[in-house]
Design a binder for this molecule. Structure first.
Ligand SMILES: [Zn+2]
Length: 152
């Protein structure tokens, strides 16, 4: 992980495609103590203190980035790679995928609910576990983001 003073560009701003089709600038900045501050102006972020745009960028997924620029992507990677926030984003991303998968599995056995209640109970228990893991992952991610917001 590069230190803050070694970063060639800090902060960087990437424009993502917003839900309404308008560009959504996301600012990413390394602050003291290896913390990463990320500002996104989307409604999801305002409502819940984090958003999928942050997670996507921290997981180095650029599908939503407008006018892609490899140089800017390298600069972003220098800022986020190896940081605890990037690790937490990976955890959250995995937990969200497992949660979605558990929902699908439960829905898939809905038609057999009367014949195989045991199977439904098992899938429901899997979903409950996945939801708890996701809840923990979100809480840890938000806490880390908030720590960077409070830093100078
Ligand atoms: Zn956002």
């Amino acid at each position: 992980m590069l230190t803050r003073s070694e970063l060639p560009e800090n902060p960087v701003v990437l424009a993502l495609a917003g839900e309404d089709g308008r560009p959504l600038p996301v600012e990413v900045e390394r602050v003291r103590g290896g913390l990463v501050r990320m500002r996104c102006g989307c409604g999801e972020n305002a409502a819940q203190g984090w958003c999928r745009h942050q997670v996507e960028l921290l997981c180095l997924r650029y599908d939503r980035v407008l006018g892609r620029d490899p140089e800017l992507e390298f600069q972003l990677e220098d800022i986020v790679m190896g940081t605890p926030l990037a690790d937490l984003a990976d955890e959250l991303d995995l937990a969200a995928a497992e949660h979605a998968q558990a929902w699908k599995a439960l829905e898939a056995c809905r038609g057999a609910a009367e014949r195989h209640p045991g199977a439904v109970a098992e899938r429901a228990a899997d979903l409950a576990d996945a939801a708890r893991r996701l809840d923990v992952a979100v809480a840890r991610f938000r806490k880390r983001l908030a720590a960077a917001d409070a830093a100078q």
